[in-house]
Design a protein around this ligand. Structure first.
Ligand code: GLC
Length: 552
């Protein structure tokens, strides 16, 4: 097996190299003021829970000022907190308390696009074609004299044209602006040095406040092919930026990440840069070269179904990329954009057993791991009623990501939205539903289904077989193995499959992760079982379960 050689052998590994980072989707985590939307104070109140999970960090999806068209991924002021979520003082208090509990905090930065409500975009709209204000974005003339034909044939990731007329009624201003996502999310023009400077300031703002790192949204975006040429074919399937190579993975983006790495390194505690690079492993690997980002999510893995061959081939490919780049994979199976694993792996009890196995496997793989809130509870994807769907991807493109974003159940009792909101008169800021009625908390921003309390945190805590108990058990074992040096950064992995349906990942250091994907119970490799996602049956691993084995 080949060892990672980019770090001198005696240098201490940075905190994130073996970390488990928990994605908090603030809207749906915990609502402190009863307006039906989660907030920063709610996260702060629940820090003891996050500490009890044993996570090393949290990544907060956007809570910055935003009109919330794309649930916060349309940021209008990168250096302010949206009143829906609280205040900057509340953020500082959350950060301080998290640090006191040994939890690092990552904030989400969205550099590909902003919100139409950003004051710089408003100034650009008011300015003339050709002005420096417009040069901050991609404003381009119509293809025709009447202003009816957009500058090229690109479609938006959320469906429909990627262009919107600046002033549809004007007969003199025939410009359109580019938006790879919704029309409320204009793309920045990264060829303009003023945009580069603007984001330097944004990064410094959060780093100076003490945040430990950033998650970079659509990190393979930013630059577009020079001249914005037509795409050869207009993709019919909306599958993210992968569908238009002219709008992603352009070479100049790497210079930005080299610049950001230098910025991250200029702090006494180096800050973590993790990118959402939704590309095939070979291309994604170019973003974690030694002077660029520290991590990118292993998207090829995150998108997997319950498929032995695919796990082995994706695992092996990620290992090849690790050897080439020297960067350990950052494993993930869920996030706020993906269908929950319980549902993706078959639904019901079967899906739940597989999702438990998958999280045990994930925590046993060499590298860092990212888990999405509710994954530790085994939450399924919810079929949110049509009238309640809030995702702009649903309205523009017919795909809804709401089902993974339903507010968490904390208590089995439905009062206060299963403990998501406080019970009692509302004191909310007026953004949810039924606010100000004075009789109880508002309805949560996405409805929770009946029986949601079955997955509640407090219920699962008392059940040794629950997904939560299996998760915390795996977190404890992982921490012990990290402390004893068995799990360490830069470990190699050998992936293989067996005819009886096993996926095996033999990690350097003596531990093998086994996942039973076939129909029958399977033997474990020789050694000592350290952990299983379901009890062994006559010494065999049952189907749809996973184990860690210390090889003898
Ligand atoms: C990323 C986010 C997603 C958002 C999109 C546009 O993919 O994870 O939620 O809609 O970027 O910002």
């Amino acid at each position: 097996m080949t060892e990672n050689r980019t770090r001198p052998l005696d240098a201490p590994a940075p905190w994130w190299s073996t970390a488990v980072i928990y994605e908090v989707y603030p809207r749906s985590f915990a609502d402190s003021d009863g307006d039906g939307v989660g907030d920063l104070a709610g996260i702060r109140q629940r820090l003891p829970y996050l500490e009890s999970l044993g996570v090393h960090g949290i990544w907060l999806t956007p809570f910055q000022r935003s009109p919330q068209v794309d649930q916060g991924y349309d940021i209008s002021d990168y250096c302010a907190v949206d009143p829906l979520f609280g205040t900057l003082a509340e953020f500082d208090a959350l950060l301080a308390d998290a640090h006191a509990r040994g939890i690092h905090v990552l904030v989400d930065i969205v550099p590909n696009h902003t919100s139409t409500e950003n004051e710089l975009f408003q100034k650009a709209l008011a300015a003339q074609p050709g002005s420096p204000e417009r040069a901050m974005f991609h404003f381009v003339d119509s293809m025709d004299a009447a202003g009816l034909v957009p500058p090229n044939n690109w479609i938006s990731v959320f469906g429909g044209s990627a262009w919107h007329r600046a002033h549809p009624a004007s007969t003199t201003d025939l410009q359109w602006y580019l938006h790879l996502f919704s029309s409320a999310q204009p793309d920045w023009n990264w060829n303009n040095p003023a945009v580069v400077d603007y984001f330097d300031r944004v990064l410094r703002f959060w780093f100076d406040r003490g945040v430990d790192g950033i998650r970079i949204d659509v990190a393979h975006g930013l630059f577009k092919a020079p001249g914005l040429p037509d795409a050869d074919s207009v993709p019919v399937v909306i599958d993210g930026l992968r569908s238009n190579p002219l709008a992603m993975d352009q070479e100049p983006v790497h210079a930005i990440y080299r610049r950001w790495r230098r910025l991250a390194q200029s702090y006494d505690r180096e800050r973590l840069l993790v990118g959402e690079v939704n590309l095939e492993p070979q291309r994604a690997g170019r973003y974690t070269r030694p002077d660029e980002l520290h991590q990118t999510f292993a998207f090829a893995f995150a998108r997997l179904g319950w498929d032995q061959e695919a796990w082995v081939s994706v695992g092996s490919e990620l290992e090849r990329v690790r050897v080439e780049t020297g960067a350990d994979p950052s494993w993930a199976l869920e996030n706020h954009d993906l269908v929950r694993t319980v549902t993706r792996f078959g639904g019901g009890e079967l899906g739940a057993a597989r999702a438990r196995a998958a999280i045990v496997a994930l925590l046993g793989l060499p590298g860092s791991a990212y888990v999405f809130q509710g994954q530790e509870l085994g939450l399924p994807e919810i079929d949110v009623p049509l009238a309640d769907r809030a995702d702009p991807m649903w309205t523009r493109g017919g795909v809804s990501r709401d089902g993974a974003r339903v507010p968490l159940p904390w208590d089995p009792d439905p009062a206060g939205a299963f403990g998501f909101s406080p019970v009692g008169p509302t004191v909310g800021s007026g953004v949810g539903y039924e606010v100000g009625s004075g009789v109880g908390p508002a309805r949560p921003w996405l409805p929770q289904p009946e029986g949601w309390g079955d997955w509640a945190v407090s219920k699962q805590l008392g059940d040794a077989a629950s997904t939560l108990s299996v998760f915390t058990g795996a977190m404890r074992s992982r921490a012990e193995l990290v402390a004893s040096g068995v799990f360490r950064a830069g470990a190699a992995a050998r992936w293989s499959g067996t005819p009886d349906g096993r996926v095996m990942c033999e990690r350097q250091g003596g531990v093998t992760v086994v996942v039973a994907m076939g129909d029958a119970a399977v033997p474990l490799p020789p050694g000592r079982p350290l952990l299983t996602s379901a009890p062994l049956v006559a010494g065999l691993l049952p189907p749809n379960a996973a184990a860690w084995v210390q090889r003898s």
